[in-house]
Design a protein around this ligand. Structure first.
Ligand code: UD1
Ligand code: MG
Length: 395
């Protein structure tokens, strides 16, 4: 327990350090040509982009400094050194470090979407190798209602590794596509990290004590550095976090989910991201045209955000595009206007859906509404994980 206390102190220092460092270094990003324009503001100031690399580096440095603390006793007794636990922590940090590097490369080079999908798969390889060596458990416990047909558990073998690789791809990209308004990328990551920390604290005295302590060792410094970043990224943003931050965050959540064996619970905390991904599928797979930016449209006259739109030319429409539009309008999930040649439809993101359902609103109010929704989804996740779990799994 004392190691958690020390980690807490170390993380407090890393919060203060990140908070100091960001305003001191931001001009370096602008000098290097790494800046973006805030598309939801009237002014066209240059805002440093990819500043997530600062919080990501401080996060990793804090974790490195913590290694001698957590393995302090074991280092004195080298014969009984827990090499497997050490390898787990190193693989976790290596995967996050890889993602930081690849995310930064993406921010600099603006990679195409197919590479964005490939990067987390590569970065998750060290993790999967350690999982294979230390656990190699590829069994899924079947929920009680399905046991009549499928038995108590099912060993899916190699497919389990594909599932874990896909989890890393999903977590990283899901945060990156629920983005575009000040504070949203970082805010949602803070809510998810806090939810996992609460889950770890509830479970820490149980039989999975080690796994939950491992998760806290990673998430406490992550939360500290991310909160410092949020302070500078909150409305009106002085810095943009870039894909670097989204990738580091997604990989951090995937790492703790995989190595601490609660990946399904992590996915429950990703409910808004899952909704946003499913809703985005027609644009991600180009059944519906997908512009470079799908973030809401800003009106300088009203200082409010409105749903942004995409134009579909009727004669270019595929059967699947027509089906998507019919299905989405049937459930009132899209706002459509049409003329004889084209259809104008909102870009299919959760952010635009909020604007359609609740009406135009200011940027800061939209961010807060989406973060409240994220927190409500975490409450639902806890409800599914605890009171309702007994209907699906044995205690
Ligand atoms: C993803 C989204 C894209 C969205 C973008 C916003 C998909 C398929 N891609 O693309 O629709 O527009 O994120 O981040 O869903 N920006 C702001 N305000 C903010 C944050 C970002 O105006 O609070 C703008 C800035 O111009 C910034 C740019 O978005 O430079 C960053 O976009 P980037 O992260 O490169 O976009 P993608 O991740 O490729
Ligand atoms: Mg991005």
């Amino acid at each position: 327990m004392w190691s958690l206390f020390l980690l807490f102190l170390l993380s407090l220092l890393s919060y203060l350090f990140t908070d100091e460092l960001i305003p001191k270094l931001d001009h370096l990003f602008i000098n290097a040509g790494m800046f973006g324009i805030d598309l939801c503001k009237a002014n066209k100031n240059k805002i440093p982009e990819a500043v997530g690399v600062i919080s990501g580096c401080v996060f990793l440095i804090t974790c490195f400094m913590f290694i001698p603390i957590v393995f302090g006793y074991d280092l004195m007794d080298r014969e009984h050194f827990p090499h497997n636990e050490f390898a787990e922590l190193l693989a976790a940090l290596l995967s996050i470090c890889c993602m930081l590097l690849l995310g930064f490369a993406d921010d600099v080079l603006d990679l195409r979407w197919r590479y964005k999908l490939l990067l987390p798969t590569i970065a998750s390889l060290p993790l999967l190798v350690v999982y294979y060596v230390n656990f190699n458990s590829t069994t899924f416990v079947i929920p009680i209602p399905l046991r009549h047909w499928l038995g108590t558990s099912i060993d899916i073998g190699f497919l389990y590794y594909i599932y874990m690789g896909m989890l890393a791809v999903f977590c990283t990209n899901a945060i990156n596509i629920l983005a575009g308004i000040n504070g949203l990328e970082v805010g949602q990551s803070v809510v998810i990290a806090l939810s996992i920390v609460i889950f770890n604290i509830i479970e820490i005295s149980g039989d999975q004590h080690k796994a939950h302590t491992f998760s806290l060792h990673i998430l406490i410094p992550y939360l500290a550095t991310t909160l410092a970043l949020l302070k500078h990224n909150w409305y009106p943003s002085k810095v943009f976090v870039g894909d670097t931050f989204c990738y580091v965050s997604g990989m951090t959540f995937a790492v703790v989910g995989i190595l601490s064996h609660f990946s399904k619970t992590v996915l429950l905390f990703f409910l808004p991201q899952i909704i946003n991904f499913v809703y985005s599928v027609p644009q991600l797979f180009h059944f519906i045209p997908c512009p470079r930016h799908r973030l809401p449209k800003y009106s300088a006259e009203t200082d409010l955000l409105y749903p942004s739109r995409t134009i579909i030319v009727k004669k270019d429409m595929l059967f699947i595009s027509k089906l998507t539009i019919k299905f989405a309008s049937l459930f009132r999930l899209v706002d459509i206007t049409e003329d004889s040649e084209s259809i104008m439809m909102n870009n299919m993101t959760l952010i635009n859906l909020f604007l359609i359902k609740c009406g135009p609103m200011s940027e800061v109010r939209l961010t807060i509404s989406l973060l409240i929704f994220q927190a409500c989804c975490s409450c639902i996740a806890f409800l599914i994980r605890y009171p309702m779990a007994s209907y699906f799994y044995d205690k």
